[in-house]
Design a protein. Structure first.
Length: 147
C-alpha cells in the first residue's frame, strides 16, 4: 500500500525567538523547496588511476523555499513576512507536514535558519488576491521524522 499523502494540513511556520515558539503563516496554498545543491570540484591529476575524472563535494547549499497563499492583509503572520524582508532579518523557520490519520502524529518537519528574499502579491478583479515569496536558507535544512 502506498504511503503517499496529500499536502493539505502542511504548515509554513516562523519563529522570532530562535525556535522556541512558532506562528503558522496564514492561508498558504503552496510550499516548495528548490535549489539545494552541492558544489563539486574536479580533482583529477596526473596520478589518477583511470581515464575518468575524479571529483569531490565541497560546500552544500540548502536552497530556498517558495510559498504561495491567499493574501490576508490584516493577518499578523503575513505582515511578519514583509517585516522580516524590510528588516533583512534571519529567523528560524519550519515546514510541518500534515498529521498521519493512522498514527495521529505529524509526518515530520524541516527546521532551518532563513531570511525572506522576496515578497510579491497579485490582485486581480476576477480572482482571489494572493501573496507569494521566497525564503533563502542559510545553513542546513534537516528533516525530523514525526514523533
Amino acid at each position: 500500500m502506498s504511503k503517499a499523502f496529500a499536502g493539505v494540513g502542511s504548515q509554513l511556520q516562523r519563529s522570532a525567538d530562535s525556535g522556541v515558539t512558532f506562528a503558522t503563516i496564514a492561508e498558504m496554498t503552496k510550499i516548495q523547496g528548490s535549489g539545494s545543491k552541492a558544489d563539486v570540484i574536479d580533482v583529477t591529476n596526473m596520478d589518477s588511476p583511470t581515464a575518468y575524472r575524479e571529483k569531490i563535494v565541497t560546500l552544500l547549499d540548502a536552497g530556498e523555499i517558495s510559498f504561495d497563499g491567499n493574501l490576508v492583509a490584516d493577518d499578523a503572520t503575513q505582515q511578519s513576512v514583509q517585516a522580516d524582508f524590510d528588516a533583512r532579518a534571519t529567523n528560524t523557520w519550519r515546514i510541518v507536514l500534515p498529521v498521519d490519520p493512522n498514527t495521529g502524529v505529524t509526518r515530520g518537519h524541516w527546521q532551518f535558519l532563513a531570511f525572506v528574499s522576496s515578497v510579491d502579491f497579485d490582485i486581480q478583479h476576477d480572482k482571489q488576491a494572493t501573496v507569494s515569496g521566497k525564503i533563502t536558507i542559510t545553513g542546513p535544512r534537516p528533516f525530523t521524522a514525526g514523533a
